[in-house]
Design a protein around this ligand. Structure first.
Ligand code: 1DF
Ligand code: MN
Length: 353
């Protein structure tokens, strides 16, 4: 997980390195996860697989749980050691989305207060995204509004499905309306696949970050697009990590196949005609970060097909705390202008830093 012996990360590269998908979790959240692991009162096999591991006794789990709680000196030291100037912090997956509506709604507000205090202690090193509870969409929209206008947070994070439900359901659209009105993005972070589709992943250990996260989250993003969310909220911006959870690779096939589906009205109201080709939404309503994907060929591909304005750096600390990946991305074959956009400029614009 950690390679702290690497040197060679330049101090003054001509840009600030802003890492945009960086996790934190207060002790209380981890305790609540541990209680649920013992009680098994919530039927979410993905959660039990994911946090059964991270709340367990392995060395990786212990290091992770220690690091993820810190919003001060330890985290800053790790950032210094890997040349990270700023982290955009968000409550780790699945955040409050695991819990019942009342619990999740109350926890989101308290954790956002706590995050905002952590940011205020080191405002040049940290910014934060609000946790919200989609279980109560109207309260979630209000909490986003409060978090941005009162606490200075820069958007929201949603960890894919909430109890197996997806945000294309119009009952959630007040959240999109609030984000669009505030001019802040929603980071659609992975979660393990929802209960309805996780079984064949679990059977071979593929439910987590290794692959299941990406299947779940790319599906979620597509559901949002094909439901017509961006025709209704044309200025809404969604952020995807992991280089777009594979979607940039699919642009031409998605356009070809989706245009047939809508032209033939094959699925009726479930797949309505959209104002633009599907790929237009992926280019105009999404940004892509390199969390967990610090590898030059796919980064250059996303830069090419999505454009220099849409690609942002992320580390995914503390889950993927790998100094070599910072060096690899320092050495991307990009112009000085585009590298500045990648590490700094796009994050400053998107998150209003
Ligand atoms: C893992 C990866 C866990 C990511 C995460 O949150 C996470 C992991 C619990 O390695 O199991 O956010 N990730 O974004 O890749
Ligand atoms: Mn992550």
């Amino acid at each position: 997980m950690v390679s702290s012996t690497v040197t060679g990360i330049g101090k003054v590269p001509g840009y600030r390195r802003i890492a945009t998908e960086e996790a934190w979790a207060p002790r209380e959240l981890i305790d609540l996860y541990r209680r649920e692991l013992a009680d098994k009162s919530i039927d979410d096999p993905g959660f039990h697989s994911l946090w059964g591991f991270f709340a367990g006794a392995s060395e990786r789990a212990n290091l992770l749980v220690d690091r993820i709680q810190d919003l001060g000196e330890k985290r800053l030291a790790d950032m210094d050691a890997t040349g990270i100037d700023m982290q955009i912090l968000s409550l780790t997956c699945p955040g409050v989305q695991l819990f019942d509506t009342a619990t999740a709604t109350a926890l989101a507000s308290r954790f956002n207060d706590e995050l905002a205090e952590g940011v205020l202690r080191n405002p040049t090193r940290f910014a934060g995204l609000a946790a919200i509870a989609p279980q109560d969409p109207q309260r979630a929209a209000q909490e986003l509004e409060r978090s941005v206008s009162k606490l200075g947070l820069k958007g929201a994070i949603i960890n894919s499905h909430t109890h197996g439900e997806y945000l294309d359901d119009p009952k959630f659209w007040d959240i999109f309306a609030a984000a669009e009105a505030l001019g802040v993005p929603i980071y659609l972070h992975p979660n393990t696949p929802s209960k309805a589709m996780i079984e064949p992943f679990l059977a071979r250990g593929l439910d987590g970050a290794v692959f299941g996260f990406s299947v779940e989250t790319s599906l979620h993003a597509l559901r949002i697009i094909v439901a017509g969310v961006f025709d209704r909220f044309p200025r809404l911006q969604i952020v995807l990590g992991h280089l777009g959870e594979s979607l940039p690779y699919w642009l031409s096939r998605l356009d070809y196949m989706h245009s047939i589906i809508t032209r033939t009205n094959r699925y009726g109201a479930a797949a309505p005609k959209l104002a633009k080709p599907l790929s237009a939404y992926l280019r105009e309503n999404f940004h892509y970060t390199t969390s967990g994907m610090g590898w030059t060929p796919p980064i250059m591909y996303v830069h090419q097909v999505m454009g220099a304005d849409r690609l942002l750096y992320a580390m995914d600390y503390p889950y993927q705390f790998v100094a070599e990946e910072v060096i690899e991305q320092d050495n991307l074959p990009l112009s000085a202008t585009d590298k500045h956009l990648f590490f700094q400029g796009n994050a400053e614009r998107l998150f209003s830093l």
